[in-house]
Structures are given as C-alpha cells and as structure tokens.
Design a protein around this ligand. Structure first.
Ligand SMILES: [Zn+2]
Ligand SMILES: [Zn+2]
Length: 337
C-alpha cells in the first residue's frame, strides 16, 4: 500500500510502498477513502511541538474509509461500515477523565498520525472502539475535515458558551473557522467573524456572519466592544496578536477558548482585568467520540457546509508548502479512492 511517511523532521515526506498491516484483536483495518490535511500534521512532520512524534511515522487524523477487516474483539463496528479515524486514536477508558466525558484529556491516550500511524495511507489500523461511524448520506470528502476541523470547533464553540442571546467572536475563518462560524450560528449566537484576507471575509459573509471585522484595517477589540463585547471568543488564527485581540474583545464574564497552536504560542494576560472582569480562558483540544457523532449528524441533516479542495497524496509536500504559504482558503483533502 501507498503511505506518506515522515522519516526526518527536517526532510520532506516520502511516499513509500508498505505492507498492508493486519489488525490486532481490538483493531480494525480501514481502507482509506479520504484523508484531510490538518495544520497539526505539518507540526508533527516538522517536530514543532514540545512533545514530538517518533519517526518514521505516518501522519493524518482526518481519515475516513471502509472497515475491511476486524479483529475478533471488535464489537461496535462491522466490516463494510464507513468510519472516521480521528485524533483520539484510543484512551484508557477507565480513568476519571474517560468516564466523565473528558476522554480527550486521558493521560494514557494515543493520537492518530502522531503517537500511532495515521491516515496518510491507503490503509490504516485503528482501535475498533474509537473509530466513529460516518452516517449514510455524509460524503466521505466532507467527513474527513469534520473529523478534526469540525469536531474541534464544535467543542470549542460549546466551551465558549454559544447559545441564543450571546455574541461569539470567531477569530480566523479558515479550515477550522468556517465551521466554527456555522456551529456558533447553529447554537443561536450572534456572530462576529475576524480575518485578514478578502476571500475569507467574503466566505464569512456568505456563511451568514452577523458582523465581519478585517483585522488588517480595523481594531478588532474596539469594533467588538462597540457591539457590547463578546460573551465567547474562539481563537483559531495562528498568531499571538490575534489571541490578545480576542481576549480584549470579551465582555465581563466572557470566555476565551484557545484552539490554534502556533509553534511559539504565548498569551500574556493582565491579572487585574482578568480578575475584575471574571474572564475565563480555556484550552480546547479536539472533541469526544460523542461530539464527533453530533457533528456528523448535523452534517447529515444538511446544517453545515464543508469548504474543501481535493488533492493527491503524492502531492503532500507541495500541499504542506501551500498551507504554510497561506495559499489555500479551504481544507485540503487527499482523495485515495
Ligand atoms: Zn487536526
Ligand atoms: Zn483515560
């Protein structure tokens, strides 16, 4: 099978011909149809973050495909079923986080395309209990970005407290932000979309943002405070300045949900204002299997639209360069069919 492999953090990925792996008793073998490119894959391939993967490894945690074989202990999915392989490859299932709906915080978790091989390949192994079924009628090319970009923003918008009567700022309308904006609207919030490129500001308008702020020429916090401030802000732009602008846009009691992970991310906060204003700052990492099932259901009902572009796995290195150069305005999805 064909796989894109990271052998060295300083070198391009190599397209290799590998043996199709055999599933362990708890695993499924998934024939990958589509695999989304998440910015995290680039950080993984470059070893950017404090906790690094160990080369050689196959990136990819937006994998969607058909279960081709299942080990004898797999009970919840069947051969022939379409499933998603998300970032949470598996967790212990027993710790306090796992049993209270916070499996994404489990200290014993493994992560697809990071600590275990991911979905930049024609086949991938996955834990039978941690793949998420993709419902009938959901295009696998849409399901791929929903498996990380979708579930991550869905969770962050929930944590930011979006509901009717609230105002929610979405900072960065790219692969994640265009979905965050749609979820904030689904939850009934008034939405403020912030970006620095014309096409993304236009996309925000097309998706129904109530307010659009161009951070190149407008003072984001000033504009949002003129509206009365934001109850919630979701930080998706990879820039330290945008984090602070989102924080400064909050009204009293507001929540800033941090999602984007720049290699050198820092946010300096004034303690006085944070205390006086009762501001909450939370980190939000992906979402649970249940969150992803909800994301798929909303898409099945026609409530969300995924903006994406199709690419070939062989072009993975060029795709990374395009993403880093800010040349793509949508989620890139490798079509392996
Ligand atoms: Zn991701
Ligand atoms: Zn656990």
């Amino acid at each position: 099978m064909k796989a894109a492999v990271v052998r060295d953090f300083t070198k391009p990925l190599e397209i290799e011909d590998r043996e199709v792996p055999a599933p362990a008793p708890h695993q499924v073998l998934v024939r990958i149809e589509c695999s989304g490119l998440c910015h995290t894959d680039i950080h993984a391939a470059h070893g950017d973050w404090p906790v690094k993967p160990s080369p050689p490894f196959v990136p990819g945690h937006e994998g969607v495909g058909i279960v081709e074989a299942a080990g004898p202990d797999v009970r919840h999915v069947k051969v022939g079923e379409r499933v998603a392989i998300p970032w949470l490859a598996d967790a212990c299932g027993r710790c306090d986080y796992c049993v209270t709906g916070w499996e994404t915080l489990c200290l014993a978790q493994h992560n697809s395309g990071y600590s275990v091989d991911g979905a930049y390949a024609e086949y991938a192994l996955a834990h039978g209990d941690y793949v998420v079924p993709v419902p009938e009628g959901v295009d696998p090319m849409d399901a791929a970005p929903l498996s990380c970009a979708g579930v991550t923003t869905y969770k962050a918008v929930k944590l930011a407290g979006a509901r009717p009567g609230t105002r929610v700022l979405i900072s960065g309308i790219g692969g994640l932000g265009h979905l965050a904006l749609q979820y904030a609207r689904i939850f009934g919030a008034e939405t403020v979309a912030v970006d620095i490129t014309d096409d993304k500001l236009k996309l925000a308008e097309d998706l129904g943002a109530d307010h659009v702020v161009d951070a190149r020429i407008q003072d984001v916090a000033h504009e949002v405070q003129k509206l009365g401030g934001a109850d919630g802000a979701v930080s998706l732009a990879v820039s330290n300045a945008s984090f602070r602008a989102a924080y400064d846009s909050l009204r009293r009691g507001g929540t800033l949900a941090l999602v984007a992970l720049p290699a050198e991310g820092e946010l300096t906060l004034p303690v006085f204002e944070t205390v006086l204003n009762g501001t909450k700052v939370v980190g939000s990492i992906v979402g649970t299997r249940q969150d992803l099932a909800e994301v798929f259901r909303l898409h099945q009902l026609g409530r969300t639209k995924v903006i994406r572009e199709t690419r070939k796995l062989e072009d993975v290195n060029a795709c990374f360069e395009d993403v880093l150069a800010g040349k793509v305005s949508a989620r890139l999805v490798f079509d392996l069919r």
